[in-house]
Design a protein. Structure first.
Length: 185
């Protein structure tokens, strides 16, 4: 019973960390990364569709993304989606492909991005704390129903806290690595 609570806690916290990793990939650094635009919603026949479903995205050079639409008629919609996004990128349309040149972010922009990373990290920590709170609530309910002893409750709370600390360390490490990546010139 306690093992089930621990497994569920770890599974949910793993998902929270994976979500955080995914959000970090969408934050622009100086290098081209397809994950920057993969989920960008593009209007395609009246439906918002992720860009990765409409085109292949490659990195021909360190600061360039190349977008090759599967359907040439979607080229204008892809270009419009990039222009209206908050990425601040200017698409170069050659009639068949779209090239995105990623400029080197200014020092001020890098500092803003570091703040965004910090905010995302705090959101991940909050999610982890909420999962911890629910797990401890489950343990207390087990104790109230006399399914576990008071000692088991305390051991369980300590184990859940250990799991929480482990996942918070993962978030901190990911945050630190992304901040270094952003600040690298």
């Amino acid at each position: 019973m306690l093992d089930d609570v621990y497994k569920e806690t770890e599974t949910r916290m793993t998902k929270a960390v994976e979500t955080f990793k995914h959000e970090l990939n969408s934050i622009r650094t100086g290098r081209a990364n397809p994950s920057l635009i993969e989920t960008l919603p593009v209007e395609y026949y009246g439906t918002n569709t992720p860009l990765q479903e409409l085109a292949s995205i490659s990195v021909p050079e360190a600061r360039t993304l190349l977008i090759r639409p599967f359907d040439p008629t979607s080229l204008e919609n892809i270009e419009r989606a990039i222009l209206t996004s908050d990425l601040g990128l200017m698409p170069n349309n050659d009639g068949e492909n779209i090239r995105l040149n990623l400029p080197t972010p200014t020092e001020e922009r890098r500092k803003e991005l570091v703040k965004v990373v910090g905010d995302k990290a705090e959101e991940a920590r909050i999610a982890i704390r909420n999962i911890r709170r629910e797990s401890i609530r489950n343990l207390r309910e087990f104790e109230d129903e006399n399914l576990i002893t008071e000692d088991d409750l305390h051991r369980g709370q300590e184990k859940v806290q250990e799991i929480t600390d482990h996942f918070n360390e993962k978030v901190d490490a990911l945050c630190e690595r992304k901040e270094k990546e952003i600040m690298a010139v």
